[in-house]
Design a protein around this ligand. Structure first.
Ligand code: G3I
Length: 377
């Protein structure tokens, strides 16, 4: 266990190192947040080690490079509200302190999701499913308690997460089965009631695929027509080297912008590993058997793949920048490659390279490419 003083000294060392290795010249921006300051927030999802300060290297990168944070896990229902009437705010409060100390744009992730929500939420004492009114009350109490606690301090909430199937229809979650289609509208209304100034986001993956995009556009249009306070759409951005194409990403952002909502790229990472079935998903329940053939870069990433990844980052940031009037934030889903969920999904124990900082905390060629995209503007 490191003492507070030891942690401080380590952190200062890492901050200086990150600043030095990312510096290009005195005149040009040296960090992501400076490079994109006039365009959009550049955020990052942080984990428990970073929140509590034990991951000093990660903390130094976060505070040097990013001006927004998302909680990778600590605000999820199962973490924060594991039992009826039992809330556990310790880590969430530390997450808030992390962001407030550094004057960051703080994101809340998430309020209503089919995953990482305890079973008690949907059941009575006998284990039977509850009725609509009971579940609406539970949803209301949860949102009021959590979003209410951080009122005026969390600037943007992912209110409803992943409510759509890949074919664009509504996912048959227990929220939908018990409450009905208006559970989405209700969640936004409750969130708005709890914090009227917070940005409220519908957040999902694979929104670039035609059927799902159509479903999402119809959903958002319907919510807007009903006066539901949805302010933005989160395109998660769990991408690969070939998907989605630049053209499709461009068209997807434009299509949502036409509905009068802002767009955030909420969980960006780019997978370089061999595709597995249904690669374009980010469904956390998917699990595939380990196989060395699926983990080819355990000893390092070949130069040729690194180059593809670098170009891909540059191309995607080019699209985001083109849409800076509507894209308000781009958030990387993890600090370094070592932190990424991609190392364990959909196959456990792989060596993945999806982010802008490597396992030693050094900026990758993709980092420099993203900086250059901003500099060219
Ligand atoms: O912390 C426990 C640890 O105590 C335990 O020993 C270990 C054993 O499994 O699990 C650890 O928790 C894991 C947690 O990540 C922290 O590493 C959970 O099992 C694991 O399910 C959880 O995965 C997270 C996943 O969401 C499910 O909540 C990933 O970190 C997180 O990156 C991922 O994020 C999601 C977004 O919320 C929504 N969009 C897709 C995205 C990627 O799946």
């Amino acid at each position: 266990m490191l003492s507070k003083m030891q942690t401080k000294v380590r952190l200062a060392g890492w901050t200086a190192l990150i600043a030095a290795v990312t510096a290009t010249s005195a005149q040009t921006p040296t960090t992501l947040k400076e490079a994109y300051r006039d365009s959009f927030h550049v955020g990052v999802a942080i984990n428990e080690a970073q929140i509590t300060g034990t991951g000093a290297r990660g903390v130094a990168i976060v505070e040097t490079q990013f001006d927004s944070i998302s909680p990778e896990n600590v605000l999820k229902w199962e973490r924060i509200h594991p039992k009826p009437n039992t809330y556990s705010f310790e880590l969430a409060d530390q997450y808030m302190a992390f962001g407030e100390k550094r004057h960051m744009f703080i994101v809340g992730h998430n309020l209503v999701w089919h995953s990482q929500v305890p079973d008690w939420v949907f059941r009575d004492d006998k284990g039977n499913l509850v009725d609509r009114e009971t579940l609406l009350k539970r949803m209301h109490d949860h949102i009021q308690t959590v979003a209410g606690r951080y009122k005026g301090r969390i600037q943007s909430w992912d209110v409803v997460n992943e409510a759509l199937n890949d074919d664009g229809t509504l996912r048959q979650s227990l929220w939908l089965k018990i409450i009905g289609e208006d559970y989405i509208a209700k969640a936004f209304q409750y969130a708005h009631e709890a914090d009227p100034r917070a940005q409220l986001t519908y957040n999902d993956y694979s929104l670039e695929n035609a059927a799902k995009r159509k479903g999402a556009l119809e959903l958002i249009a319907k919510l807007k027509a009903q006066g539901v306070p949805v302010t933005s759409v989160g395109i998660q951005g769990h991408d690969s080297l070939i998907w989605p194409s630049v053209e499709v990403e461009d068209a997807t952002i434009s299509a949502f912008a036409k509905l009068g909502v802002k767009v955030v790229i909420s969980e960006l990472d780019i997978d370089v590993l061999p595709p597995v079935p249904d690669q374009e998903s980010a469904d956390v329940s998917m699990k595939i058997q380990q196989d060395p053939k699926l983990n080819p870069y355990a000893k390092g990433l070949p130069q040729s793949v690194q180059q593809k990844l670098t170009k891909r980052y540059a191309d995607l940031f080019g699209v985001y920048l083109k849409h800076r009037d509507v894209v308000t934030r781009v958030t990387l889903w993890g600090v370094t490659d070592a932190d990424s969920w991609r190392n364990d999904w959909p196959v456990e124990g792989r060596t993945s390279y999806p982010l802008l900082f490597d396992r030693s905390g050094h900026p990758k060629p993709g980092f420099q490419a993203v900086m250059q995209v901003a500099a060219k503007e």
